[in-house]
Write a protein that binds this ligand. Sequence first.
Ligand code: AMP
Ligand code: ZN
Length: 119
Amino acid sequence: MAGEPQADCLFCKIVAGDVPATIVRETETTVAFRDINPQAPTHVLVIPKAHHPDAAALAVAEPQALADVLAETGRVAAEEKIDGTGYRVVFNTGSGAGQTVFHAHAHVLGGRGLNWPPG
Ligand code: AMP
Ligand code: ZN
């Protein structure tokens, strides 16, 4: 069923505590943890606890959970002190765009200059 934990999903395992992660924030509906392969001085992933394959699917199935994820990106940015200089929130969607984990997640990137347009 949509939203249920998937046995083969890495981020569901992080939500369950079965795979370790450096968790920086947690709410009833979200978890935020440091990316294992950071692409910027601050690189945190914010995920819904519910399993949905990407951000758009999450928006359709559980719009409040997507809003919770976005609200958390702002709180992470404030705690990491990158809100003043600016930060980027990225939802890679589809393998052609670099998505490798098919559990919706927001990348929060900051602490360095961020080129526009992104590569
Ligand atoms: P994406 O490529 O947009 O699907 O993002 C997946 C992200 O998850 C990548 O930036 C990976 O570095 C990150 N990642 C993969 N495994 C782990 C892990 N065990 N803990 C934290 N981040 C991870
Ligand atoms: Zn999952």
